[in-house]
Every structure is written in structure tokens, then in C-alpha cells.
Design a protein around this ligand. Structure first.
Ligand code: 5GP
Ligand code: ZN
Length: 139
């Protein structure tokens, strides 16, 4: 279905072109270096697939970054093979919100994509923001 949609938009790309932008670790990627513990961070949680850290420049009383260990540059580079990791990430975000004590009052899960989306680190990550009333729209 998605392939048909891409074909209609003229966006069909060979599968191996997508895979080239993924890797277990990219040496010049800040978040790859953080998940591999080459650079320190305030680690809140980690497992085989994810690391959750405090954002160095928090935009809210709770500002966590949920980072898959695998290097996927952004959601644009994710494919159907990443369905499980993306699903688990959302469930982990809800668990983290619960642990941080912000689940009941509400919070926001944000994924910035590319330049106009405000993405500054090209390693897929989600911001979990809460602990205060958040404004909408976001800017
Ligand atoms: P983006 O702008 O790519 O969506 O989000 C990147 C986030 O990473 C920003 O909120 C920024 O404050 C945070 N950040 C940048 N460098 C570091 C770092 O070295 N450590 C931590 N913990 N967060 C960082
Ligand atoms: Zn990376």
C-alpha cells in the first residue's frame, strides 16, 4: 500500500537506498556516541533497544529524549522494518511519562524531522515534554 502511494507520488526508491542510511553506530553522530557511552549523559533508562536521557537544554520541567540505539537518521529514513522499534518507542514514552509523574496531567511527545521541522541531531529521537501547561501551536 505504501509502495503504491510512493509510486503515485513518484517517490519510489529502491530498498537498498533506504538501508544505506542506517547503521548500528555512526562515529560522528552525537547520539550514537551517547548510546555507546563514549560521551556522558544523564541516563534515565536503558535497555537493549533504547536509551532515555535528560535533555541538556530542557524546554520544560520534564524533558526526556527517547533514543533508539540503532542509527536511523530521521523518521524519513525509517521503513517497515522499523515498525517494531517505533511502536515500542511510543509505549516506552508512555511508561516514562508515568514514571516521571506526568502521565495524569498530560504531556507531549515530539519528533522533529529535517531542517524545517527543527531537527538538529540527525539520529531519530523523540522529545517527551511535560510538567507544565504546554502551548499550542508549538511556536
Ligand atoms: P532536535 O533539535 O534534533 O529535535 O533535538 C535535539 C535535542 O538534543 C535538543 O533538545 C538539545 O537540547 C539536545 N542535546 C543536544 N546536545 C545534547 C547533549 O550533548 N546531551 C544531551 N543530553 N542533550 C543534547
Ligand atoms: Zn546515530
Amino acid at each position: 500500500m505504501l509502495e503504491l502511494y510512493k509510486w503515485h507520488l513518484g517517490l519510489a526508491v529502491p530498498e537498498n537506498a533506504i538501508r544505506e542510511v542506517k547503521a548500528v553506530a555512526v562515529t560522528d553522530c552525537l547520539f550514537c556516541r551517547i548510546v555507546n557511552k563514549e560521551i556522558p549523559a544523564a541516563i534515565v533508562y536503558e535497555d537493549d533497544s533504547f536509551m532515555v536521557i535528560n535533555d541538556i537544554n530542557p524546554a520544560a520541567p520534564v524533558h526526556l529524549l527517547i533514543i533508539p540505539r540503532i542509527h536511523i537518521a530521521s523518521l524519513n529514513e525509517a521503513g517497515v522494518e522499523d515498525t517494531e522499534i517505533l511502536g515500542k518507542l511510543q509505549l516506552l514514552a508512555a511508561q516514562m511519562a508515568d514514571v516521571a509523574g506526568i502521565a495524569g496531567q498530560g504531556y507531549r511527545l515530539v519528533n522533529n524531522i529535517g531542517e524545517w521541522g527543527g531537527q538538529t541531531i540527525r539520529h531519530l529521537h523523540y522529545h517527551l515534554l511535560g510538567g507544565k501547561q504546554l502551548g499550542w501551536p508549538p511556536e
